[in-house]
Design a protein around this ligand. Structure first.
Ligand code: NAD
Length: 417
């Protein structure tokens, strides 16, 4: 597969949407470029006493609608271009679901499986120390992303609070409940994927209980989406992770597969499946819904010609290249874009931040109800714009909604100085 620069993908998506929005060229440049990017080299002592260095980044893309918000990723593919793209997607994701945040993203280039827990803690605290002047409850609020979770967020919070000599749980979200985390946060991304799939079936007047679903990537986002979509009555017939894919035409027991992966580290080898497939085979299966929930650029234009799903719900960020988008739009495959489909994570992060600021916890039921309210409202905004404007696909419709919100805030703020 040809290398696709994710930052260029973001810029292309924004240019596509800008054709349907009243925006000056200078303002479009502003909306397409990060405000600032921290690039740092962390020096960390390993368990054997040696020193290792790590490339790390934090991009603050746009703060017109509120504090920068976005996750921190640990992965060997992390790069400046990837972090910039992911931070830009956060701006438009927060605007799509209408929560008062701008966008940011961070990452450390490393394979966390190569390091002990103590080393990961020192690496995380070293990064948090570099981030401290930039982040803050009203400035920039990190969260988990690929290969980071509650544990890393708790360490970032503790490092920040220790250095600042304060208690400020709202400086990061995605924390464990006892450290100020919210009920429902772990499931939130998969829950919004389920909600948009449910809404799409209603919109197209189709019955979800007849649907078959394939999920690429069985981590936090993918496995929760699979469980909740299966709870709606659909058959999740195939799931995968980096080890490969498993298939059962009668539907997999999504919870049992999750348990199997927790015990063994992968979905392959699960004995309730009828066969094992490659990830490529999973992505081109004849299913009603495909949920890419791994990493960027999973489907390029070539592969898109072979995709047989009717609806794609993007749990991952940027899983389709812009060329793939065009092919799929021509082939009438409806793509529910990442900036809506996986926005549950940042939406419940927002609820966590609100609760931290109020020092008052909501019940899981309240969290899920508020999440459903915001995601279904955003889906309605998307379909309204899709019908009212001559846009080529759902993604452009959602970007038009989001871009107009960011533009209004930028216009109202003016330019300083
Ligand atoms: P995760 O680390 O929990 O899971 C990722 C999964 O993808 C793992 O099972 C891994 O084995 C699998 N994978 C990796 N490469 C693969 C490949 N080539 N083919 C098939 N599977 C592969 O990460 P996550 O938190 O679930 O994030 C997944 C995606 O969802 C990312 O794009 C992330 O940015 C996005 N996302 C996550 C959240 C969240 O709250 N977790 C929120 C918004 C977006």
């Amino acid at each position: 597969m040809a290398e696709v620069n994710p930052f260029e993908s973001l810029q292309e998506q924004l240019s596509d949407a800008a054709a349907y929005v009243d925006v000056e060229p200078g303002m479009l440049d502003r909306l397409q470029s990060p405000e600032r990017v921290l690039e740092t080299t962390l020096s960390v002592e390993m368990d054997d006493g040696s020193i290792e260095t790590f490339e790390a980044y934090r991009s603050q893309f746009n703060g017109d609608r509120g504090p920068y918000k976005g996750g921190i990723r640990y992965h060997p593919q992390v790069s400046r271009a990837e972090v910039k793209a992911l931070s830009g997607w956060m701006v438009y994701k927060c605007a799509a679901v209408n929560i008062p945040y701008g966008g940011g993203k961070g990452g450390i280039k490393l394979d966390p499986r190569q390091y002990s827990d103590a080393e990961i803690e020192r690496i995380t605290r070293a990064f948090a120390t570099e981030l401290r002047p930039l982040i803050g409850v009203d400035k920039d609020i990190p969260a988990p992303d690929v290969n980071t979770g509650q544990r890393e967020m708790n360490w970032i919070k503790d490092t920040y609070e220790t250095l600042e000599d304060t208690t400020e749980p709202g400086v990061v979200t995605g924390k464990a409940p006892e450290s100020g985390g919210s009920a429902g946060r772990v499931e939130a991304t998969g829950r919004s994927v389920m909600l948009v799939v449910r809404e799409a079936f209603e919109y197209f007047d189709r019955d979800i209980t007849d649907a078959t679903v394939a999920v690429q990537g069985y981590g936090n986002a993918g496995s929760v989406a699979a469980n909740l979509i299966s709870d709606l009555g659909a058959d999740v017939v195939a799931v995968s992770d980096s080890s490969g894919a498993i298939h059962d035409p009668d539907g997999l027991d999504t919870q049992a597969v999750k348990e199997f992966k927790r015990e063994t580290g992968s979905v392959t080898g699960y004995d309730g499946a009828t066969e094992e497939l490659s990830n490529q085979e999973l992505l081109t299966m004849d299913v009603d819904v495909l949920v890419p929930a791994a990493l960027e650029n999973a489907i390029d234009a070539d592969l898109a010609t072979d995709v047989r799903a009717d609806i794609i719900a993007e749990a991952a960020n940027g899983p389709l290249t812009p060329d793939a988008d065009e092919v799929l739009a021509d082939r009438n495959v409806h793509v529910i874009p990442d900036i809506l489909a996986n926005a549950g994570g940042v939406t419940v992060s927002y609820f966590e931040w609100v609760q931290n600021r109020q020092r008052f916890s909501w019940t899981e039921q309240r969290v899920n109800e508020e999440l459903e309210r915001l995601i279904t409202a955003a889906f309605d905004d998307l379909t309204e714009t899709y019908e009212a404007r001559d846009v080529p696909n759902f993604r452009t419709a959602m970007y038009v909604v989001a871009m107009n919100r960011v533009l209004s805030a930028a216009d109202e703020a003016g330019v300083f100085p």
